[in-house]
Design a protein around this ligand. Sequence first.
Ligand code: SF4
Length: 551
Amino acid sequence: MTIQREQLEADVLIVGAGPAGLSCALHLANLIKRHNASGAKPELSAENIYVLEKGREIGAHQLSGAIMNPSALAELVPDFAKTAPLDTPVTDSAALIFTQKSSYRIPITPPPFNNAGNYVISLSKLVKWMGGLVESAGVNLFKEFGGAELIYSGDGIAGVITEDKGLDKNGKPKDNFTPGYELRAKVTVLAEGTRGSLTKQLVTKKKLDNINPQSYGIGIKELWEVPPGKIQPGFVAHTLGWPVSSKMYGGGWIYGLQNNRVSLGLVIALEYEDPRFDPHVAFQTWKTHPFVRNLLDGGQLVRYGAKSLPYGGWYAMPRNYVDGGLIVGDSGSFLDSQRLKGVHLAMKSGMLAAETIFEALKKEDYSAKTLQAYKENIDHSYIKTELWKVRNFHQSFRNGMLDGFFHSGLQQITGGRGLIDPMRAHAGHEAYGKIYGRPAPERFKGDGKLTFDRLTDVYHSGTRHDEDQPCHLKVRDLDICATRCVEEYGNPCQYFCPAAVYEMAKEGDTLKLKINAANCVHCKTCDIADPYQIIDWVVPEGGGGPNYEGM
Ligand code: SF4
């Protein structure tokens, strides 16, 4: 089918309205305003900045713990404290060791767990507030539009094609069919979050990978309302140990919010050996620890969500500039995996991208040669200072927690160098062992009060997709799922997906993969953790996905 597409042209197109994309848009609009007010030429316009957001609302797809270091926000919006919806300042930071029945608070909280000066926030609320500032600055913000394809031009990119709307599940146009737009821009900024689908295409096609492949984790979160007095707003705790095996990398969090709400979750590196390990079950099990059980007793689940995060750090950062294009935020590996903090780095990367684009607009030169100033700006900013100190941190844990503590301890006293620098990493899916005929575990049901099955949790994520649309989870070879994967790995997609999207269903004597795409919470884990790397997550029709309001 040849599709006639409407063409629109912008100066700058930002794909993704998260902290990085919106910081880029707002900072650029502010720079343009000052430039025009000074009478300098050429005159520029914030209206020529377009931002695309695939969610039905700004902030709807934003999920994080979240504790935010306010440094970048203070640069971007100096009087942020007056209006930003920051839930509460951190008042106490604890590091807890969990055994199955007890917990021990480490008497002196190690520096990576110390959050003095930071805020506990709802990322979704913060991003929604930022969206309002961006719109007030004159930027064009389009909700319910995803970037489906990149427009390549020479050695770089020249915009994106947004997703077609109104196709049925066989790809045939329905009555409401609207072709995607061809959005061309002088500079396209990829701010898609972790494992962005366009970023993945660009990094592969243009060979932008760094010396290490990206490493990822999955974070699973619930928001609870608990009886008054159970937790102080601003109390934050990170847990190590049970039920996460010492061969795995992961831990839990508990953050006290205003109005008796608690953010809690478990984050696990997607590089474990057992292909039937189930991060959702691990999280539900973690909640049965006496410390967490007691906290949640008498409370109720408010919301659920899941998201992957990039752990790889400095040595997994892709080249982040090409002709006509930049990569910012989680898409560009701007996350401190030791402190598990990425919001401020995402924002700062967006601001540095804005400064680079501003200079390019004045020079009217959008080549990689000009845009590489972005990388230079990063190298001279606190992004590098912070990430360089932990450049080998995550890789240290590839052989388990004990090895990790040894190496990371040495790194701490050698400015991040440690015994081996650079320490290499492998793609997480390569860690799977074979199942050798081991029977599948029983599916977890939960008690419906403290612990939940995945469908109950998905219900609390507010996820919604039109079911009559092409499946946005493209499995390139279904035969592999029904043959090799059954034998070798027992179909890990049934276990790592936190939203019960993948199911091996009996059809006669054989098993066939069934994909319940409408449940997808857009965490991207399947795209990352599939052992054969044959799953491509692509954007569904705009507006589909979770609704993380208040998360
Ligand atoms: Fe995450 Fe993939 Fe499951 Fe969607 S289908 S929730 S992206 S693992």
